[in-house]
Design a protein around this ligand. Sequence first.
Ligand SMILES: [Fe+2]
Length: 234
Amino acid sequence: MNAPRLDLYAPIHKALRAWMFDTIVAVGRIDGRDEPALKATLRKVEGLLTICASHIEHEHDFLHRAMERHMPGSAREADLGHQAHHRQMTRLRGLVAQVQDAEAAVRFPLLMTLYRELAMFVAENLTHMQWEETVHNEALWARHTDAQLDAIHDELVQSIPPQEMAEVLRHMLPALSPLERHGMLADMRGKMPPQAFEGVLQLAHEVLGPHCWADLQRALGLQLELPAGRAMAC
Ligand SMILES: [Fe+2]
């Protein structure tokens, strides 16, 4: 059996799926009478929309450019999808503002509209991500070696500001399987300054449960004494 090819989409899409599901559940649970909780959840929606917009830019600037260089038109369908996502995100941002400013009597129907429209945005993204992970990966694999794909990935990652990267890792690390997590952190350890990598480990410790954290330390051959992390399922 051939070794699996490098999949540039899988880790970030796992993070985005987890982030989307988490946000939609939070919106469904909103207590519209609880102002601080409402504000916190609406910020969560805005955070998701910001990361989705940024993700579109990264895909366009690095992956679509690589595809189009070899196969003009190969990223066109996804580009059109991204344009539709931008329109949906503008509508969702408007709904967030309306909920925020609404009187209690109209807040509840508006929250239901936000919940349903966010769900449709998530549904569209699930279909879109499947297209990218199948059709786009095949196109990328046909014209690039794994080393070339890895170089594209490194360039993409280096373009991401540290704060955005930390937010992404906060959602990505718990969303990956242990083997994916080990592979990603081993790769980062080889490419990052030691101090920056320590920051990643601290973050991993915060977002992973004790079992996954111990498993990660074993895989990386580490024995770190860090303050207690959050209690998570894994
Ligand atoms: Fe995309």
